[in-house]
Design a protein around this ligand. Structure first.
Ligand code: ZN
Length: 738
């Protein structure tokens, strides 16, 4: 399950919901939500020698972000941008944007679509340009100076958004247009953009009276403080919950690299001569697969499950209790039955009932499969004379043994067949050419922000230029974990700009002169991120706020997850999976193992995900008059109510450390990963029903889904593409649950 959010979630949700068309990103595949540490070393020296002009104290005249780049596609002039350029450009961008908004709001002419909605869409050009590059850098190539700028800018950007959305004069013009939209001569896209713009204002509280708006502002501010407090407490609690071991013999099963890392972690924490097993975000911990000491496994699992509920300063329960209560009240003020109803109203699902049904419908098959997997694990325990009932702490340890016995799949055997350049050109680009007719050609004349970054021209089927594509493949200290996509420049029908898109991965960098050999998971990630890139590149909307990947969060992972399917398509796979030295295709026996291993452990993976997603829905469907709950009792009751209370399969995140919903932007939204997965498998089924991988099918999908951004209702767009409602069946089959 692909479910992390590596982008700074608060900033992302803030900017994504504003009229500022800032398509920061779409995704990440890796499983670690990484917050950037404050001691990250910059991997690239930047020049600090730009002397500020005397009459221009902030140096704006010499700041390359102040004007549109003259490079092809307005590509960022990285050879001229210094770290010190971002903050002044963004602050000036906010100032200019507010002045533009003021002018739109105070226009003496009666409101028209052109002088109000279209003018808003055109506003904030400098802010969008500077912030797009800035947030790309704070994620992929950061350093203490950029981190300090990010911290300084966060509250200012939050206030900027409030100033626009609670501007009564501006809303008056939007509402006047909205109320007479039936009489206006608008294109379908214009009408949809008007409706969405109005909805943004209403969702932000523009229709409320002054007292309610004041209460809402207070609640928003408290929510923002509490989510930050939750994240800080959780960070400290997770660190404190690491398990210290004083006898290396207890680490039996771990490889030497892991033991060394544990020793270094202990030393760094002031426990020289011991070993520290550091916790990661999810309930399951990677070390559990290897550790043979059962008592230690149970100790690690208990530390994971009970973190942040130790009755100390890092206990998150009071924060959660208040957040649930506060969100329910916020939803009530905004006229909704509960927070989930407010949150999901502008998503593809539309209502909590739809999202809930998707999850609960899958529970029986997922838990049945998990129980069967547990029986298989118990058989291994019994065969080895274990003499105990396998639990959550034992699962990965014995599942790994089952995996080896049943699939015999060895990473070292398959990596030589997945060489990065070959996967990129003969796999990812090849599939896109077969499906959509587009081709890629590398160019080396454009400046990049790090020597590892590569740039490609993307050409359409008729040979015209479609986009620029940047690929930043390798892990380094200045980069967050995970993988993601974003835009330096967004497709914009008003200004005619074409997309400049980047994909960031975290592959291990090979030694000089050695090939970069990927795992199959890495390979799939390359297809995944390029799926987001295609969504951005094929965008053909007029208005930037609805372009490309500016879609609801329960839709955004659909094009990317869909593109993963081609990684294992026989024609595509045979074209790229060749031995990097001999050029030989991968032996069929190995291919079969990869295919069969896909459904391994899916009962556990699906059940733990569903349990967390249902927990999120339970918390956020509480009514305002009954929202203050004892955290543990409520969690127990909710898991039992939805039949996901399997002792051996705890939720992927328990309430006390569920940072997606209490510290990030996924409150009432954790279901979104599953919702997008339903669409991607249903779409792959459509391809199968219509002749599979063909140029014709690719074109239909491109025109009806990938090109439209959010310029129309997406549930209807999907029905128009598919000819019916999406079905969950193909997903269940793929996961081996049917
Ligand atoms: Zn993604």
């Amino acid at each position: 399950m692909d479910d992390s959010h590596a982008m700074p979630a608060m900033l992302r949700s803030l900017l994504m919901t504003s009229a500022i068309a800032l398509a920061l990103t779409a995704c990440e595949r890796a499983d670690n939500e990484t917050t950037m540490s404050t001691d990250t070393t910059p991997s690239q020296a930047t020049s600090q020698d730009t002397a500020p002009a005397a009459a221009d104290p902030s140096g704006l005249a010499a700041n390359p972000l102040m004007v549109a780049s003259e490079l092809p596609f307005q590509a960022p002039p990285f050879d001229r941008i210094d770290d010190g350029h971002y903050q002044p450009a963004i602050e000036e961008g906010m100032r200019q944007h507010l002045a533009q908004v003021r002018e739109i709001a105070d226009n003496a002419e009666p409101p028209t679509f052109a002088n109000t909605i279209q003018a808003l869409e055109r506003s904030g050009e400098l802010l969008t340009r500077a912030a797009s590059v800035f947030f790309a850098m704070t994620s992929a190539n950061t350093n203490p100076e950029l981190q300090a700028a990010e911290q300084a800018l966060a509250p200012k950007l939050a206030e900027h958004s409030d100033t626009i959305y609670l501007d009564a004069t501006l809303f008056g013009r939007v509402k006047a247009l909205y109320d007479q939209r039936e009489q206006l001569d608008l294109t379908d896209e214009q009408r949809f953009v008007l409706e969405r713009s109005h909805e943004h204002f209403v969702r932000a509280g523009a229709l409320l009276d002054a007292d309610s708006q004041a209460e809402l502002r207070t609640l928003n501010s408290e929510e923002s403080s509490l989510t930050t407090a939750f994240s800080n407490k959780l960070l400290a609690a997770t660190k404190a919950a690491g398990v210290l071991v004083d006898d290396v013999a207890r680490l039996d099963g771990l490889d030497q690299a892991a033991i060394t890392a544990a020793a270094e972690a202990a030393t760094a924490d002031g426990h020289d001569g011991q070993w520290l097993l550091v916790l990661q975000n999810t309930t399951q911990q990677p070390v559990l697969a290897a550790l043979s000491d059962r008592e230690l496994r149970q100790q690690v699992m208990a530390a994971s499950l009970e973190r942040a509920q130790q009755d100390d300063d890092n206990d998150t329960r009071a924060t959660i209790q208040r957040l649930a209560e506060l969100r329910a009240r916020k939803a009530q003020l905004l006229g909704h039955a509960n927070y989930a109803a407010w949150s999901i109203a502008d998503q593809m699902a539309g209502s909590p009932d739809v999202a809930l049904k998707l999850l609960t419908d899958t529970v029986p098959a997922a838990t049945a499969r998990a129980r069967a997997e547990l029986a298989r694990i118990q058989a291994v325990v019994d065969a080895q004379g274990g003499g105990f009932q396998a639990g959550a702490a034992d699962w990965d340890h014995y599942a790994e043994q089952v995996r080896k016995a049943e699939y015999d799949l060895d990473e070292a055997q398959i990596r030589p067949y997945f060489e990065l350049d070959r996967v990129l050109h003969d796999g990812v680009f090849y599939a896109a050419e077969l499906l959509y007719g587009i081709t890629a050609r590398e160019r080396t004349d454009l400046p990049v922000y790090h020597p590892d970054v590569r740039v490609f021209d993307i050409f359409d089927a008729d040979g015209s230029q479609l986009a620029l594509f940047y690929l930043d493949p390798f892990q380094r200290e200045s980069k967050m974990g995970g993988a993601w996509m974003g835009n330096f420049v967004e497709q914009n029908g008003l200004t005619g700009t074409l997309p400049v898109i980047y994909n960031v991965e975290n592959y291990t960098k090979p030694a000089d002169g050695q090939p970069a050999l990927l795992s199959f998971d890495d390979t799939t990630t390359l297809f995944h991120e390029y799926g987001h890139a295609l969504h951005g590149m094929f965008s053909k909307t007029t208005y930037p706020s609805v372009a490309g990947t500016n879609v609801p969060r329960d839709f955004v992972e659909y094009p990317s997850q869909f593109n993963e399917h081609w990684a294992l398509h026989p024609q595509v796979f045979a074209n790229y999976a060749r031995h990097h030295e001999t050029g030989e295709p991968m032996p069929q026996e190995l291919v079969d193992k990869i295919v069969r291993a896909r459904t391994f452990n899916q009962g556990y993976a699906t059940t733990e995900y569903l349990a967390a997603a249902l927990l999120d829905m339970a918390w956020h469907t509480l009514p305002a008059d009954d929202a203050s709950k004892d955290v543990e009792a409520f969690e127990r009751e909710a898991l039992a109510r939805y039949n996901v209370d399997l002792p051996a399969v705890p939720p992927r995140y328990r309430s006390n450390y569920f940072s997606h919903v209490w510290g990030g932007g996924y409150a009432a939204g954790y279901y979104a990963y599953f919702a997008a997965e339903v669409l991607d498998h249903d779409t792959f089924q459509w391809f199968g029903e219509n002749g599979g991988l063909t140029r014709e099918n690719g074109q239909v999908f491109r025109d009806k889904i990938l090109a439209i951004g959010h310029s129309r209702d997406l549930a209807q767009a999907y029905r128009d593409f598919r000819g019916k409602e999406p079905s969950v069946e193909p997903l269940l089959q793929h996961r081996g649950l049917k």
